[in-house]
Design a protein. Structure first.
Ligand SMILES: Nc1ncnc2c1ncn2[C@@H]1O[C@H](COP(=O)(O)OP(=O)(O)OP(=O)(O)O)[C@@H](O)[C@H]1O
Ligand SMILES: [Mg+2]
Length: 257
């Protein structure tokens, strides 16, 4: 496959007269991790939701490379095709695991449900895959029948990751995936995410306001302010040699560790 897996051109989303994001253009290449950073209210979630077909855009285009090579605008897909993408090709990791899990069904069922959605029917196979994924995200097998409500925040987030990755998606959207976790727990989840993303060769668009997360996970970075991209480029270049005054301010305000 050649060319980007996702291509965003002149995307705009308005809320009435208010501009959520505007004039946003970028590509995501296969196997690439892109971080979207910027202060609270800069339009990160608005952008992420528009490019993952969870929110309608006001104008612009968002094209996605289907497995068969077609490159349609998401708006051209039928509702059924979009839902199919969300169940199979795409993952979405929410900041709050409760938004991405079913809290009152077992951990095993949370993972197995995604497999059933892609047509897996054999109970033994589903349970075995679910068990394998729990161990990949470092959840003990003896918790497979427990509900996520009985899990810690870090465990819930790791379960949400397993639920998303079990179908071997090609593109994952993440909105502050470690934002709600303690710093010590964050490090473990980030390390796990980085390894899985590398091993599986996933394309990822990750929203974060934490430049250390962007540094650790992403190859490329987009900096947003007031709904617009003010700078984009290779993560190391942007962080080590920021060109825009706002990026310089962001980088300068990272606490010394
Ligand atoms: N449903 C909505 N109706 C009206 N305005 C909205 C809506 N959702 C977001 N906005 C506005 O759009 C702007 C961008 O919001 P968005 O949630 O995308 O920011 P963000 O960068 O994700 O912020 P945070 O880091 O706090 O999550 C904000 O000014 C917000 O108030
Ligand atoms: Mg947000």
């Amino acid at each position: 496959m050649t060319g980007p897996i996702l291509s965003v051109q002149n995307l705009e989303r308005r809320y009435g007269d208010f501009v959520g994001c505007t004039d946003v253009s970028f590509d995501v290449w296969p196997g690439e991790v892109i971080a979207i950073v910027g202060e609270s209210g800069s339009g990160k979630t608005t952008l992420l939701n528009c490019i993952s077909a969870r929110l309608q855009r006001s104008s612009g285009s968002v094209r996605y490379r289907m497995r068969d090579g077609r490159f349609p605008d998401l708006a051209e897909l039928s509702e059924a095709e979009r839902r199919f993408l969300m169940r199979t090709d795409w993952g979405f990791v929410h900041q709050n695991p409760a938004d991405g899990l079913r809290m009152r069904v077992s951990a095993g069922a949370n993972v197995g449900e995604r497999l059933m959605a892609v047509g897996e029917r054999h109970y033994g196979d589903i349970r075995r895959s679910a068990g394998e994924w729990l161990s990949r995200v470092e959840i003990a097998m003896d918790r497979i029948d427990d509900q996520p409500v009985t899990f810690s925040g870090g465990m819930r987030q790791r379960l949400q990751i397993a639920r998303n990755l079990v179908t071997h998606p090609r593109l994952i959207f993440m909105d502050e995936p470690t934002g709600g976790l303690d710093v010590s727990v964050q490090a473990r989840v980030l390390d796990l995410l980085r390894n899985l993303v590398n091993d599986m060769g996933l394309s990822v668009v990750i929203v974060t306001h934490d430049l250390a997360v962007a540094r650790l996970l992403s190859q490329r970075m987009i900096v947003m302010k007031s709904g617009r991209i003010v700078e984009q480029g290779l993560t190391d270049r942007v962080l080590d040699d920021p060109q825009h005054a706002y990026t310089q301010l962001l980088v300068a305000s990272i606490p010394e560790s």
